[in-house]
Unconditional design. Structure first.
Length: 367
């Protein structure tokens, strides 16, 4: 006897849950486009179909469940097919204003918007300084959205305090972009920092630099990305047999007095003169371009007098050379994070994932 043709059979053949099969047949936006297509193709192949009336009724119920009104705050709505979208997710971006001058954030948001169109998801962008996000303030923009169940899930862009992340995770699914947290119930899409920084250190050594420093800026919520990039620097120095001195490391150790960007440049110039530290690995491109500009004001040329590397792959400001760096595919990371969140909402019990993306070298003109 042939097995009964129903959704249970489709689920068994595709190794999916019956809920995913049902939602796919109803075109629920919480299910990825790829999965919906797989389900429909198998259903057509086996001759399974729901009546038009049942499909319409199911789609209407699912849409009305997910498409809740959004409220105030500093949220900027960016939707896919907003009339059809039944799923709204939020993106908490850890800066106070629209990221017009922050290319990294702009690229991530571009990827989020594009994928939201594909997934038919409504995307709310909320610019929120991480140190000011108070999970106890009901009327605060982001928390208002969460408490009113306007968001089915959220994307975290920029480091947020660990206790804030834990509190948010108790309320809704999260995907972190470019930051890793100790919480296990969290999906993460990040860049593989340490090996990429080690590659930059090797380039500096190949260019003849034997005294190499590491520099970062300070931030209200630093996160772990600076420490991870610093670890790649240390690993490369030791593997190459190069000298390591703590005083050649600026703004990394938590107990050290923080230095403002101009003070960082002053210290770099001093160490170049006194200790002959002729190369500096910066934790990010925006730091590197700031350092190059400040050194130029002091009459120090890059790379003739001092080599500098960055990280991110950002285009140089006017009048500055392209920094030797590692290009991070921020737009693609944003798109992948949106799909990961949609899949997490559809499959809340699936294993959590940490995806690390390899950046690509940019030769630049600063070594």
């Amino acid at each position: 006897m042939s097995p009964k043709l129903n959704q249970a059979l489709l689920a068994e053949r595709l190794k999916l849950s019956r809920a995913t099969i049902s939602r796919s047949l109803a075109d629920h936006p919480a299910i990825s486009l790829e999965t919906r297509q797989r389900v429909k193709e198998l259903a057509a192949e086996l001759g399974y179909q729901l009546s038009d009336a049942r499909l319409a009724a199911r789609a209407e119920r699912l849409a009305s469940h997910g498409n809740r009104p959004t409220r105030g705050g500093r949220a900027d709505k960016a939707s896919g097919s907003s009339r059809e979208a039944g799923l709204t997710v939020g993106a908490l971006i850890g800066i106070p204003d629209h990221p017009t001058s922050m290319t990294v954030y702009s690229q991530i948001v571009k990827g989020l918007r594009a994928r939201a169109q594909v997934e038919r998801v409504t995307l709310d962008l909320c610019y929120q300084p991480p140190e000011e996000l108070d999970v106890g303030r009901i009327r605060q923009g982001a928390m208002s959205q969460i408490r009113n169940n306007a968001w089915r899930g959220a994307l975290l862009i920029h480091p947020f305090p660990a206790q804030t992340v834990a509190a948010l995770r108790r309320r809704l699914p999260l995907v972190s972009i470019l930051e890793r947290y100790a919480q296990t119930e969290l999906d993460i899409i990040d860049v593989d920092d340490a090996p990429a920084i080690a590659q930059l250190v090797r380039l500096l050594a190949e260019a003849g630099h034997s005294r190499i420093g590491f520099v970062s800026w300070t931030y209200p919520v630093a996160g772990g990305w600076i420490a991870r990039r610093f670890s790649g620097y240390v690993e490369a120095l030791f593997s190459l047999g190069l000298e390591f001195r703590p005083k050649w490391v600026l703004n990394v150790h938590q107990t050290a007095a923080p230095l403002a960007p101009r003070a960082v440049s002053d210290r770099v110039a001093q160490l170049l003169e006194k200790d002959h530290v002729s190369a500096w690995v910066c934790a990010a491109d925006h730091q590197a371009y700031g350092l190059i500009s400040d050194l130029s004001e002091r009459g120090l040329r890059v790379p003739q007098d001092c080599a500098v590397t960055g990280f991110d792959g950002l285009a140089p400001p006017a009048g500055l050379p392209q920094v030797t760096s590692m290009a991070v595919p921020h737009e693609q990371i944003g798109a992948a994070a949106l799909t990961r969140l949609v899949n997490r909402i559809a499959n809340p019990l699936s294993p959590y994932r940490k995806t690390l993306v390899d950046p690509q070298p940019i030769p630049g003109r600063t070594i």
